[in-house]
Design a protein around this ligand. Sequence first.
Ligand SMILES: Nc1ncnc2c1ncn2[C@@H]1O[C@H](COP(=O)(O)OP(=O)(O)OP(=O)(O)O)[C@@H](O)[C@H]1O
Ligand SMILES: [Mg+2]
Length: 235
Amino acid sequence: MKLAFGIEKLDEALGGGLDKDSVNLILGRSGAGKTILASHWAAEGARKGESVVYLATTMGRKSCESYLGKMKFMEDVFSKIHWRFVRIEAKFLLPLTPEKLEESVISTIKMEPDEVDRIIFDSVTDMDKALGDPVLYRTALRYLSRLCYKNDITALFVEEAPLMKEWSETKNIAESVILLDILRVPDGYARALRILKKYRTAHPLDYIPFEITDEGIVIKDGKYVRKNYEFEYRA
Ligand SMILES: Nc1ncnc2c1ncn2[C@@H]1O[C@H](COP(=O)(O)OP(=O)(O)OP(=O)(O)O)[C@@H](O)[C@H]1O
Ligand SMILES: [Mg+2]
């Protein structure tokens, strides 16, 4: 079973959407469109009558209402999503055990985990910052994934890709990874997304162009390829 974004061309590229009961990742730099893409997925779940939790660490209720609440795809469903606004602090996570993390998540979502169909963690980067240690962060993500698998929750992590340093290992935990990027093109910059991986699915590898409008994410036709190929196939 697939849990769609409600963005036709993207769902098609993903083979129908995200796999039920899997852990997934949206990765991208600041302003790339991560929150908007994740909220499309939340809205589509709510539209289908699923129980959707959106755990937001980077915005408050007011700005969420005036930002995402005004987008076209949120019409009729904004109030159906269980929005949770939290500030992650190390004391909620430490000492890091599966029980402690589970307890913190449950008290935050204010629901029984087995009642949740879709959950969005936007962003896990704030958990990384709160813990301040890559090993602890990786462990916390594993516990979080385990909690989702155990309760048949389909999860979407949102993570900020660093500008300079090494990328995190979150992509190794996720069953699918969508990278949102801003590409340098001959006449400026353009938004594009790329499915880095999706288990069990043959998906395009190209950069797919998109725009952000008041309607949300709009996928455009065509694809971006590197102009100067580094490899060339010869028979
Ligand atoms: N109504 C709109 N019309 C056009 N572009 C918009 C609109 N709303 C937002 N954007 C674009 O989307 C960007 C923000 O998208 P989004 O909030 O999803 O980014 P993000 O990757 O979650 O960023 P952050 O790192 O701040 O969390 C804005 O910087 C702007 O470029
Ligand atoms: Mg965001």
